[in-house]
Design a protein around this ligand. Structure first.
Ligand code: ATP
Ligand code: MG
Length: 427
């Protein structure tokens, strides 16, 4: 199996990301900034060769910048730009790039409007400090926040300093930094295409595509991205001519789609539940859930997507036998005789859900997610799933072997994939 991180063997543009803040070092804030920046840079073929996190300490920040200026082509810093005493990135960069602080008039005016009309708070002296920038930088006007971004250049090395607030950082990356980098450094064209498979293990899939993978031209790489019972396959193609790259990757992608056809969920980078949502919407069909061991997780996966109200009717978290009987009309004898975790029970649950919610489709699950509660006949990890419409019921038994949380996620994904296949077969 290969990874796509070596897409540009020659003349790689190297980037270093430095995130600044004591909160990152004590683990109070998780550094999501550098992961996001790395993804964005990777997408345009810039290789991130180092990620550093440093505290709000002058010497630490200085040393990190000084060391990276000589090895990286691009440095991206986040954090420490605010107006409080612990925010020292700006004075430090001012000294490092031998400038003096001057007022940046567009930032000053932007802040004035922001404080007077939007925040309706006094535009204090401390806030006015935000408009001061080193005269040795180009300012990246932060239209969604207060701290401006800065761009410095020393010989061939570029340094961007961005606010720590993720939303502001992303805005400046998308509107200022990435376009600048793309113009200057990316002569190459890189394209990705991703497909989603479900119901097939990574190693089985790897066997299926191994011949294909070996015959791929050198400029096309394939990556496996497994996740809870699903595997994404991503092709990356690089070259100098956009049209050529497009043709090559499209041809390879079509071939790949054919090979994995029995397990193909989507030929784009979407989630399994999004694929099901699309199918339901196309059919004008609706869905209801009856969940025991997944505790509403399946319903959550659907309702977390906007537009769910068009197809998602509702669900029952029927955790107790009593609720299975009273709300879903599962027969008492069924539970007594077969148990709550049984094919007979999930069948009655799924029928109950369709009847109670009046939906086109329903899904029901009942299982033992662990770590306790297993028995010889019904070990931890066992689950029954049922999916149905008015005409048809399908069931499946699972034996999960992970910790509770992962068992829940895998069971949910299996259930959603069974639902998907039922919908596809009823098209
Ligand atoms: P501000 O002007 O808002 O103070 P700043 O540039 O000074 O911006 P910080 O004070 O360092 O930024 O961080 C602001 C907030 O952004 C922090 O409270 C933290 O929650 C978040 N943040 C900072 N760095 C990161 C990071 N690397 N990843 C994720 N979140 C971060
Ligand atoms: Mg701050």
């Amino acid at each position: 199996m290969s990874s796509t991180n070596e897409i540009l063997p020659s003349q790689v543009t190297k980037a270093t990301i430095i995130t600044i803040g004591d909160e990152l070092l004590i683990g109070q804030v998780i550094d999501t900034n550098s992961a996001w920046i790395a993804q964005q840079l990777n997408l345009i073929g810039i290789q991130v060769t180092k990620r550093l996190a440093v505290g709000d300490v002058w010497e630490e920040i200085w040393q990190a910048i000084d060391a990276e200026m000589t090895v990286a082509d691009i440095l991206i810093l986040t954090g420490g730009l605010g107006p409080t005493a612990d925010d020292i990135t700006k004075p430090l960069l001012c000294e490092y790039f031998k400038g003096k602080l001057v007022r940046h008039q567009p930032t000053y005016e932007h802040l004035q409007v922001l404080f007077d009309s939007v925040l309706k708070r006094p535009f204090t002296e401390r806030n006015q400090l935000q408009a001061l920038v080193p005269d040795t930088c180009d300012v990246l006007l932060n239209q969604v926040g207060t701290a401006p971004g800065m761009f410095f250049k020393k010989q061939q090395t570029w340094l961007f300093s961005l606010p720590g607030v993720p939303f502001e950082m992303k805005w400046l990356m998308q509107h200022e930094v990435l376009p600048m980098i793309q113009r200057e450094f990316v002569g190459k064209c890189i394209q990705h295409k991703t497909l989603l498979t479900a119901g097939v293990g990574e190693s089985f899939l790897a066997d299926m595509v191994s011949n294909y993978e070996q015959q791929l031209p050198q400029q096309i790489k394939m990556a496996y991205l497994p996740n809870f019972g699903m595997v994404r396959l991503r092709l990356t193609c690089s070259g100098t001519h956009e049209q050529e790259v497009n043709q090559q990757i499209t041809a390879a992608f079509e071939q790949l789609k054919e090979i994995v056809a029995p397990y193909l969920v989507a030929d784009q980078d979407i989630s399994l539940q999004q694929a099901v949502a699309n199918l339901l919407s196309q059919q004008g069909a609706t869905l209801a859930t009856a969940e025991s061991c997944t505790g509403g997780y399946i319903a959550h996966l659907f309702t977390a997507m906007s537009g769910a109200s068009h197809y998602f009717k509702g669900g029952v978290v029927s955790y107790s036998n009593e609720i299975k009987e009273s709300l879903l009309h599962v027969h008492n004898q069924t539970i007594e005789k077969e148990g709550a975790v049984s094919e007979a029970t999930v069948k009655e649950m799924v029928i109950g859900a369709i009847e109670q919610f009046g939906s086109t489709y329903a899904v029901a699950v009942s299982g033992i997610m662990g770590p306790d509660g297993g028995s010889e006949n019904k070990p931890v990890g066992m689950a029954w799933i049922a999916v149905a419409n008015q005409k048809m019921i399908r069931t499946k038994q699972l034996f999960n072997r992970f910790a509770r949380e992962k068992n829940i996620q895998i069971t949910a994904n299996h259930a959603i994939n069974m639902l998907r296949m039922l919908i596809v077969d009823n098209r």
